[in-house]
Structure formats: structure tokens, C-alpha cells
Design a protein around this ligand. Structure first.
Ligand SMILES: [Zn+2]
Length: 379
């Protein structure tokens, strides 16, 4: 990590630091509430003035329709929103969601209740269960999926405005998305910080990994406070960049691709409602998600997905794994061979680094190597 990236980041965090929960939660909620009011008024006026029928951009609500739109050249600002579903084929466990068997494994840690392991206040007093769990769940390999490389292809072709990820597994970075391409809404394991507000020293993934595997509770070498991976715990704020970028990106978005998320965690899920009314939205997922509440729709609170009603005009659901969906879309775009070649080449590179003796550390280094060349533009 360069010093250049550390400095603005520190300032940003100090802004939030004094009263992390109340202060900034309130302000973001206020802002969100304000925006909702504005949306409501906008809908009301556009309805009253007969401006209510939004432009229909796709010629057909199918993957083919989306592909033709991308190929038309009218689509230049694609946003991706991704969740745990894009990493499952990489063998990454869904770290925080119940129902993955994770919480069932927690009994041995004597937690007051299972979620405590990700609760910031509990962590500060009892960090051991979190780090034991991190060791247990640490991925054997950091190998991005077809879906991750599809996003890299969008970037290479100048079409990706940004990827908003709920994942903390750093696979977007390993696939070659750089700091500026990426909003890690729930934080990342890629960096860690000293929890002391006066210190906030940054540590990298290799450092953290070594501590985790040596069963040491990671302590800051400057001030001896705890060091915590930069993932967002319950009771912590989302990164400031999430809110600032969101306001710039979504109004300008001309195609939203949502992959591998059931759109149930706020405020992430609400992002689908922030694109313009004419912006097409493609969901690639094992099941439909994010659908509008019909009652709220009647009241003018649009925003939810509408794949099937007779009013559907822009939302497309492609029900498949994320990898299959991306391959199918790449095929329609004429990019399939290029995508497969990219996956093959990158996986071979990761495998050869794994074999070169450094095993998991090599994968971590591969990830920094693919990100490191230029100083990260964090803010
Ligand atoms: Zn420190």
C-alpha cells in the first residue's frame, strides 16, 4: 500500500471515527431519507405531468436484448452489483449469511449468541473467536471465477463504470479490478487496520494471514492495539466511499448488471432503485430477486425489479449460475473465446504461483501484483 493512498483514507476515517455509529449512520440515513422524498416527489410530478412513461431501451427483455443493447454502442456506463453467489464456484464460503452451516460451527467458541462473532463491540473485547473462525474459513486458493473475469473484460473494453461488491474475498482484485473500479460495500480482507483511532496503522493481507495461521491475535506493532481486517462488522458503518460513489454512479448508469445476490441486505439492495427509470437492469442469479412490492409501486415508490408484469419494460432475469450467465452473455456479444482464454491464462498463472512453493501466500501476492503497479486512487 502506498503512502499516497493511506493519507486520504485516514482523513476519511477520522471524519467518521469519533462516534462511528450514531454520527455517520444518522447522516447517511438522513440523506437516504431525503433522496427517497425527492424520488417520491419526482414520481408524483412526472406522473401528474404525463411524463410517466419511461423510455424503453431494450428491444426485448431477454439476454439477447441486453447483448444487442451493449453491442449498439449506446451503453457506456455499466455498473455491476455482485454478492456471494459470484464466489461460490470459487469455493469461498458465504462468510456472514446464516444457513451456510457457519453459525452451527460456532458453538465451541462459547459465544453469547452466534452473530456476536461479527459484532464490533464483542470483537474488541473477545477477538479470539473471530480469528479462529477466519482461520477455519480461510480460502485455500484465491482463484476468481468466470464471472469475475467477465467484469474484467467489461473493464478492458471501457464499459465498466464500477463494480459494487458485497463480498470480502478480494477476488475482484485478484481478477484485475483495481481500487478505483471497485466499491467493497462490506469491506475487504485485502487490508487491515489498527483499531485505535489515534493510530490506524495499515497492514496488508500477507501480514494478516500470517497472524491468523500462527494463532496469534493480531496486535499493532506500533501501539499494541488489536488489528482488524477492513471488513464491515455489525455495528460498523459502510465505507464512506460507498455513499459518495453511489450518488455519482447510479444516476449515470446505462446498464445495471446484478449477479449472485438475493438483494436482501440494505442499503446495498436499495441501489437497484437508484438508476434512472430508463436504465435496463439484468439479474443473473439462481432465483429472481429484488422484485417490487406491488403496494409500494402503487404509491409511487418504484425501484424494485419487475420481470414479469404487463408493465415490465426494462428488467431481465436470467436464471442460472453467475458463471453460466456470463458465458452466455459473452457468447452473444462475440466475446466467449476471449473470456475463456482470459480465464485459462489467469488460472494457469495462479496455479503456477501456487506450485512455486509459496502456496497460499503466493495467491495473496498474485492479488497484490495485479493491483499494485499504480498507486491506488482510494478517494
Ligand atoms: Zn496501532
Amino acid at each position: 500500500m502506498s503512502d499516497a493512498s493511506e493519507l486520504p483514507k485516514k482523513e476519511e476515517e477520522e471524519e467518521v471515527a469519533p462516534e462511528p455509529e450514531e454520527q455517520s449512520d444518522d447522516s447517511s440515513e438522513d440523506e437516504a431519507a431525503g433522496d427517497t422524498e425527492m424520488d417520491f416527489l419526482r414520481n408524483l410530478f412526472s406522473g401528474a405531468l404525463g411524463l410517466g412513461s419511461p423510455e424503453k431501451v431494450l428491444d426485448e427483455l431477454t439476454l439477447e436484448g441486453v447483448a444487442r443493447y451493449i453491442k449498439s454502442g449506446k451503453c457506456q456506463n455499466i455498473l455491476c452489483m455482485v454478492g456471494a453467489g459470484i464466489s461460490t464456484s470459487a469455493g469461498i464460503p458465504d462468510f456472514r449469511s446464516p444457513g451456510t452451516g457457519l453459525y452451527a460451527n460456532l458453538q465451541k467458541y462459547n459465544l453469547p449468541y452466534p452473530e456476536a462473532v461479527f459484532q464490533i463491540d464483542y470483537f474488541k473485547k473477545h477477538p479470539e473467536p473471530f480469528f479462529a473462525l477466519a482461520k477455519e474459513l480461510y480460502p485455500g486458493q484465491f482463484k476468481p471465477t468466470v464471472c469475475h473475469y467477465f467484469m474484467k473484460l467489461l473493464k478492458d473494453k471501457g464499459l465498466l463504470r464500477r463494480c459494487y461488491s458485497q463480498n470480502i474475498d478480494t477476488l475482484e482484485r485478484v481478477a484485475g479490478l483495481e481500487g478505483d473500479d471497485l466499491i467493497e460495500a462490506h469491506g475487504t480482507f485485502y487490508t487491515s487496520h489498527c483499531v485505535s483511532f489515534c493510530c490506524r496503522k495499515e497492514y496488508n493481507l500477507d501480514w494478516m494471514k500470517e497472524k491468523i495461521f500462527s494463532d496469534d491475535v493480531p496486535r499493532c506493532d506500533k501501539c499494541s492495539s488489536l488489528v482488524k481486517p477492513d471488513i464491515v462488522f455489525f455495528g460498523e458503518n459502510l465505507p464512506v466511499r460507498f455513499f459518495t460513489s453511489m450518488k455519482m454512479d447510479f444516476p449515470r448508469c446505462d446498464l445495471l448488471i446484478v449477479m449472485g445476490t438475493s438483494l436482501q441486505v440494505q442499503p446495498f439492495a436499495g441501489l437497484v432503485g437508484r438508476v434512472s427509470k430508463s436504465c435496463p437492469r439484468l439479474l443473473i442469479n439462481m432465483e429472481k430477486a429484488g422484485q417490487a412490492d406491488p403496494l409500494l409501486g402503487l404509491l409511487g415508490f418504484g425501484g424494485g425489479m419487475d420481470f414479469d408484469s404487463d408493465k415490465a419494460y426494462r428488467d431481465v432475469a436470467h436464471i442460472s449460475t453467475c458463471d453460466d450467465g456470463c458465458l452466455a452473455l459473452a457468447d452473444l456479444l462475440g466475446w466467449k473465446a476471449e473470456l475463456e482464454e482470459l480465464v485459462k491464462r489467469e488460472h494457469a498463472r495462479i496455479d503456477s504461483q501456487d506450485k512455486s512453493g509459496e502456496s497460499k501466500g503466493a495467491a495473496a501476492k498474485a492479488s497484490s501484483a495485479s493491483v499494485a503497479p499504480e498507486p491506488k486512487k482510494e478517494e
